[in-house]
Write a protein that binds this ligand. Structure first.
Ligand code: NAD
Length: 292
């Protein structure tokens, strides 16, 4: 299937950058959001990012301007979906929001269009039936920041067709990404499960008094070659996010092994969420520099 036009639903942290990634690869892209202010913010942030990438010599002014010219912004899902070939939904992580978006896409998008969700935690089977074309629905899971991170997880559900998988993998490759295929919906997919395993072990080592937070981070960076240690990463992502994802996983699996670690729970309940509150595993000053 030939893809010319892509609709990205949601202009937040993920949707705006996913839209830019697609425009940079030469696709005509519409970014749709219910909030006009989010669209305005996305447009201005993407323009700034393109300016800065030109200044840093990463792309020519001409390429940046051409990519920005391929982006259109709208608050109307129906207008955005009218003549698209592929949709990437990156709206708020709430099942009822996504269900109503996928129902509307099922009505508004052309019959051949593939409808993918970027959700990190909701398998596409949860929205597929709303569309009337479950075989054309899958997860296409980008990583944050989408302009930089190469991994895209393509996750099929029980009814996703081989053509849908094939087209989605090809699209990801055409965006310069390295897609991985995940054959079954499982909580956390693959990359976040790997990260979770490292994080859990780091928490155990710390809680058992084996090594300090900063020494565990140092080992992850200097022995494993990770750009950040697991505690540094938790502080960056937000301990609230790590805690809530873990809690949501437990609610789905009911496996006590999936509960948030007590050391993480303690910081969460104290309101120490990491960089955003200047206190998590480490402490930060007002400029965000680590002080302890
Ligand atoms: P965000 O809160 O930054 O943006 C969500 C956007 O969706 C907002 O602009 C909001 O106005 C818009 N929205 C809400 N309801 C809508 C509707 N009915 N129609 C259109 N737009 C609507 O969220 P985000 O961090 O960009 O996450 C979006 C999706 O990406 C989620 O499904 C999340 O699981 C997934 N994801 C997030 C990350 C991450 O690190 N933030 C990484 C990978 C995947």
């Amino acid at each position: 299937m030939q893809i010319n036009k892509i609709l990205v639903v949601g202009a937040g942290a993920m949707g705006s950058q996913i839209g830019m990634v697609c425009a940079l690869a030469g696709y005509q892209v519409t970014i749709q959001d219910v909030a006009a202010d989010m669209l305005a913010a996305a447009r201005s942030q993407l323009t700034d990012r393109m300016d800065s990438s030109v200044v840093k010599g990463r792309r020519s002014r001409q390429d940046a301007e051409a990519a920005l010219a391929r982006l259109t912004f709208t608050t109307s899902l129906e207008a955005g979906a009218a003549d698209v070939d592929f949709v990437i939904e990156a709206a708020t992580e709430k099942l009822e929001v996504k269900r109503s978006i996928f129902a509307a896409l099922g009505r508004a998008a052309p019959e051949h269009a593939i409808l993918a969700t970027n959700s990190s935690t909701l398998g596409s089977s949860k929205v597929a039936e709303e569309t009337g074309r479950p075989q054309q629905v899958c997860n296409m899971h980008f990583f944050n920041p989408a302009l930089v991170m190469k991994c895209v997880e393509v996750v099929r559900h029980g009814k996703t067709s081989p053509d849908t998988v094939d087209t989605t993998m090809k699209l990801a490759r055409s965006l310069g990404k390295s897609p991985v295929l995940i054959d079954r919906e499982i909580p956390g997919f693959v990359a976040n499960r790997l990260m979770g395993a490292i994080r859990d072990e780091a928490l155990r080592l710390y809680a058992d008094g084996i090594a300090s937070v900063s020494d565990i981070d140092t080992a992850a960076k200097t022995a494993l070659g990770h750009p950040m240690g697991p505690f540094e990463l938790m502080d960056l992502v937000g301990l609230d996010v790590s805690y809530l994802i873990r809690q949501a996983t437990f609610e789905e699996t009911q496996d006590p092994a999936d509960l948030p670690h007590p050391a993480l729970k303690e910081l969460y309940e104290q309101g120490n969420y990491g960089r955003k509150t200047a206190h998590g595993w480490y402490r930060y000053d007002q400029s965000g520099t680590r002080i302890q």
